[in-house]
Design a protein around this ligand. Structure first.
Ligand SMILES: Nc1ncnc2c1ncn2[C@@H]1O[C@H](COP(=O)(O)OP(=O)(O)OP(=O)(O)O)[C@@H](O)[C@H]1O
Ligand SMILES: [Mg+2]
Length: 443
């Protein structure tokens, strides 16, 4: 058992926290120690003191969490010898084999070592964050490989965007790819516009076929529609290159759920200029690896805690329903990728791109992106455009404009006051002059 768990009651007592130790569960990375607080003690007090408790125990990365529907809380103490969980053996387990989801992904194992499978189509998009070296790219590879292991190239296509140029290079020339891996940021934003156009095209087809989503369409149609998963490793690079991608991501994230187009977006910079309010609001499912500060953790998960993770795949998953689960990502070695991809090698060409026309391969859909974008813009009314513009300009300019407006209002008020004063003085003067004149006339 974990040595720290023996020291824990004494250390807690030093801080005036008393209670009973319960069951202990050792996982690959941490040991969960259940603890029942003495009556009247507050969980929030323990949560506040967690850094000091960790210091007294002589380790970093301790986490405390409430156990749902239980009187116990759980201390997560790091193991002296953490173990990694290799990806391929996980795919041999029944949990993986039996996962009958539309887009099953293995996010890793829970703190007791049990594999966790999730359905990307239900998420319906995933935002991944973590400091450099925390395990984002390894995680993204495990999600891509899980999907490849469960779906055929006819059922699923990938669009991979890799500004760093090295993370996804082995996926080039794979039957699963809609187009070669994108490393040029100007093509990346064009490609997102292309996906938005594809989404609209799909909805037109659904309308004609009188179905509501891709699974209903595929049940009816003879030519099946593939799911499209777009993975971006380092969203900050695209956002800083071209701010308009925010709009495209927002549009896709808002509307593409039923069309079978899903986004997985990763970034090592979870600052508010990269993960803006509108991006965040549209990506409710988030996975945070270790982050640099509690502020970053707040940005991603709306709570602190990710700054205390241990790195190397240790992560917290926030689901759409607000549930937070600690997960250890599966480790994917380069050999695992090569082995999984070997049967699907084939030549994938760059799709043709005319000035405003982009062809999405795989479906033979010729879509004029600019036209679709223009149509969307025209449909918007004045107030929607104004609200969009207000969202876009950022908080600093919003404050500036509010200040200007208040100053203007104040000045207008002052001018109005001065004018009415001048008018009343003028009237008074006129009255006095008239009375004086009358008096003189009488005399
Ligand atoms: N799940 C894991 N299990 C064990 N080791 C891991 C795991 N994930 C990552 N690592 C280790 O951490 C290293 C860095 O991981 P990775 O390249 O995924 O980080 P990253 O977050 O993508 O960093 P960057 O932002 O610099 O691209 C890996 O080379 C590997 O040694
Ligand atoms: Mg990386």
């Amino acid at each position: 058992m974990n040595e720290l768990s023996e020291k824990l009651p004494q250390v807690l007592a030093n801080f005036g926290i008393y209670g009973e130790i319960g069951a202990q569960h050792q996982g690959p990375l941490i040991t969960e120690v259940e603890f029942e607080l003495s009556k009247g003690s507050k969980f929030a007090t323990v949560e506040k003191l967690i850094k000091d408790i960790a210091r007294e125990l002589g380790v970093s990365g301790i986490r405390v969490a409430e156990i749902p529907n239980s009187t116990f809380i759980s201390f997560e103490l790091p193991n002296a010898q953490p173990q990694s969980v290799p990806f391929l053996p996980l795919t041999e387990q029944d949990v993986f084999k039996n996962a009958a989801y539309a887009l099953p992904i293995c996010v890793g194992v829970n703190m007791r070592g049990v594999p966790i499978m999730k359905d990307l189509s239900k998420m319906p998009h995933l935002l991944v964050a973590g400091t450099t070296g925390s395990g984002k790219s390894v995680g993204l590879n495990s999600f891509i490989l899980s999907l490849i292991k469960k779906k055929t190239p006819q059922e699923l296509k990938f669009v991979l965007i890799d500004p760093k140029r090295i993370e996804f290079s082995m996926y080039n020339n794979q039957a699963y790819m809609l187009r070669p891996v994108i490393t040029d940021m100007s093509i990346a934003s064009q490609c997102l516009a292309q996906l938005a156009a594809e989404m609209n095209e799909r909805y037109t087809k659904f309308e004609k076929a009188m179905v509501r989503n891709i699974s209903e369409y595929n049940e009816k149609a003879t030519v099946k529609m593939p799911y499209i998963v777009c993975v971006i490793d380092e969203f900050a690079d695209i956002m800083l290159f071209d701010k308009t991608v925010e709009k495209q991501v927002q549009m896709l994230a808002q509307k593409s759920r039923a069309s079978g187009i899903h986004l997985i977006i990763a970034t090592q910079r979870p600052s508010v200029d990269v993960i803006t309010g509108s991006v965040k609001a549209n990506l409710p499912t988030r996975l945070s690896y270790k982050v640099a500060s509690s502020t970053d953790s707040m940005t991603i998960l709306n709570t602190t805690g990710a700054e205390n993770l241990l790195g190397r795949g240790d992560s917290l998953l926030l689901e759409e329903n607000g549930m937070l689960t600690r997960i250890l990502g599966a480790y994917v070695a380069n050999d695992d990728i090569m082995k999984t991809l070997a049967p699907y090698r084939c030549e994938i060409k760059e799709p043709e791109m005319a000035a405003n026309t982009v062809v999405i391969s795989g479906n033979n859909n010729n879509v004029t992106v600019q036209q679709t974008v223009n149509k969307e813009e025209k449909k918007k009314g004045f107030w929607t455009k104004l609200i969009d513009w207000w969202d876009r300009i950022g908080r600093r300019r919003q404050n500036q404009i509010i200040n200007w407006l208040l100053t203007l209002l104040f000045m207008a008020f002052k001018v109005k006051n001065a004018a009415s004063k001048a008018r009343s003085t003028e009237t008074a003067v006129r009255k006095i002059t008239t009375t004086n004149r009358k008096k003189t006339q009488r005399r």
